[in-house]
Each structure stands twice: as C-alpha cells, then as structure tokens.
Design a protein around this ligand. Structure first.
Ligand code: R2B
Ligand code: URA
Length: 311
C-alpha cells in the first residue's frame, strides 16, 4: 500500500513530532499496528489517543496496570471505586496498554528488540493521533553500581556494553548508529519531584549501561555459562563505576535512540534492586521488591500531576 514516489525524510507537520518519521506513514490506509492489535481503520486514533501527553512504559503488564490505577487516583480522574480499565492492546497478545486520560501506560517486555517494536507502534500512534508534544517515560528496575538497593536512578544517557553512547541497529547489512542521550531538563524535573526529607530513599541522576542480556551481558557469575573469573567481573564493574555508570538495565538504549529520532522528550527512571558490586542473585523478599518498584511510579506520578495542574 505504499505509494511510489514517497519522498524520504520529510518533516511531519500534523503531529508535533519534530523527528524525521517515515514519510510513507501517511500512505498506509489502514496502518495496522500488529503487536498492539490496533489499526487506523477500526480505531479513530485522533479521537481515542489525541489527548495523550504522557506515555509511560514498564516491563510487565502487572506493573503498568497498577501504575494506571495509581495515576488515575493521583491525577484525580477516578470516577468511582469500580472504574475498570480496559487493556487496549489485548488483541495483539504481546503488550498491555491502559489509558487514563492523558496518560498511556504500556508494558514493554524485556530488552531492546521488544521495546523497539513497541516504540515504533507507539510513535505511530502519536503520529496518527496528532498528539502534541508527548513525553515518554520508562519506569523500571535495574542493578545498581555502587548504589544502595532501593535507590532511584534517573538516566542522563544510555551507553552500550562498550560504553559508547549510541544504539546500533543493523539495517540492510550495515550498522546504523543513533544517539542515546536523554532529555536533561526532563531528568532534572523528575528528580525535583523527589523529596529528600520525606522520601526514605535517594534519587540520583547518572549514566545507565544498557545490556542485551541479563547474565553474561551484565557480567554475572550465575548464568548457565560463564567464561570469566570473579576477579574479571569485579574489574569490569569497577571500571563501570570509575566511568560514573550508576546502573545496568536492558532497554534504555533503544528507548533513548527511538524517542530521540522522533524528537520526543524522554526519561528513564529505574529503582536499583541490588548493588552489583555486592552480588548477582536477587534474593530480596517479594514484598520489599514490590515496595521499591513503586518508587519510580511515585516520582513519575508526582511529575505528571505537577505538569497537568501546576504549569
Ligand atoms: C530490568 O529488569 C529486566 C530484567 O530482569 C529488564 O527488563 C530490565 O531492564
Ligand atoms: N534488571 C537488570 O537488567 N539487571 C539487574 O541486575 C536487575 C534488574
């Protein structure tokens, strides 16, 4: 359905996205967002999604559903106690998506391939719905580097395992590199929502290493395979610490690069569930993990409330 003669890299005028989106998007009638189970023919995107201002993402359905109900309460949108949110991506059978007024809450799965697919489809929603200046935020968990478990880390930028600040994708056999900086002002504004007197944890801004694996890619000693020594692991993590890397997770590179290409302001807010300089296995009790996972949610909900009502 893509018409011949689509010009490459023309600027999108209708939504406020400042990036160079695919000029052929306008020719797709309909555009099917396969992994979200949505299409532009059966859903009126401007009507359903046109008011979206915040797109919040996290790994699991459970966490994002919880966040959706929490945000509903925090921004005062709860109509009555029985309000039920619908999973708008249920038909796609991959991701889950809940909409609470201007806030879209979506699960992204694990790793850059998964979040990349989701971001392509979410950015297309923003485009088709003509959303104005949406902000994307990833809320997650991570391994801390020399930080106390329970600390919230807001990423200044994402780096890969070689500590390079770009996301490389292989397109038609060649490596294409995209910058993985994140929005400095947004990170700062989210950090301002942390109350150092009342919140019983720290929130810091720092560099994030994005790995493409949880075990060898994060220099763990407890994977099914391990071909390095504990001393080599320690040396690598110490090198990360000396380069001011504060945490390791698995999606920030693709998230920063794709939002950056679309001209979307974005942030990554993760809670450290262990200090990798002290171990690999996550043995923290479930109730404690649940409590920690709420910290990024609390900060981001405060940020959203502040933007909606006080700016
Ligand atoms: C953090 O936790 C997950 C791996 O356990 C991954 O999605 C990430 O970035
Ligand atoms: N998520 C990761 O990717 N690594 C950790 O160590 C913890 C959570």
């Amino acid at each position: 359905h893509i018409k011949d003669g689509c010009k490459k890299d023309v600027e999108v005028k209708e939504s406020s996205l400042k990036g160079l989106l695919n000029p052929c998007l306008k020719c797709l009638k309909p555009d099917t967002l396969y992994h979200l189970g949505l299409d532009t023919e059966t859903t009126d995107f401007p009507k359903v999604f046109g008011d979206v201002r915040f797109v919040c993402m996290g790994g699991t359905k459970g966490r994002m559903e919880h966040f959706a109900y929490y945000v509903m309460q925090e921004i005062g949108l709860k109509i009555n106690a029985a309000t039920q949110l619908r999973d708008m991506a249920e038909a796609g059978n991959r991701f889950s998506m809940f909409k609470v007024g201007p806030v879209l809450c979506v699960s992204h799965g694990i790793g850059c391939p998964s979040i990349s697919i989701l971001l392509h489809e979410l950015i297309k929603i923003m485009y088709h719905a003509k959303c104005q200046d949406p902000v994307f935020i990833r809320l997650g968990t991570c391994g801390g580097i020399g930080v106390d478990p329970g600390t919230v880390i807001i990423s200044s930028e994402a780096v890969d395992g070689r500590l390079d600040s770009f996301h490389e994708i292989i397109v038609q056999g060649s490596g294409e590199k995209y910058d993985s900086q994140l929005d400095e002002n947004l990170a700062f504004d989210i950090k301002l929502c942390h109350d150092p007197c009342k919140d019983r944890y720290e929130a810091i801004i720092g560099k994030t290493l994005c790995a493409h694996d949880f075990y060898e890619g994060q220099s763990r000693l407890d994977g099914a395979f391990c071909e390095y020594t504990p001393e080599q692991k320690k040396a690598y993590l110490e090198q990360l610490r000396s380069q001011d890397i504060k945490n390791i997770e698995m999606e920030s590179l693709a998230f920063a690069a794709l939002t950056g290409r679309a001209g979307i302001r974005s942030a990554v807010v993760c809670v450290a569930i262990l200090n990798r300089l002290k171990g690999d296995q996550i043995q923290t009790p479930h109730e404690v993990l649940i409590k920690w996972e709420k910290r990024p949610q609390e900060l981001v909900a405060r940020y959203i409330r502040k933007v909606l009502y006080f700016s």
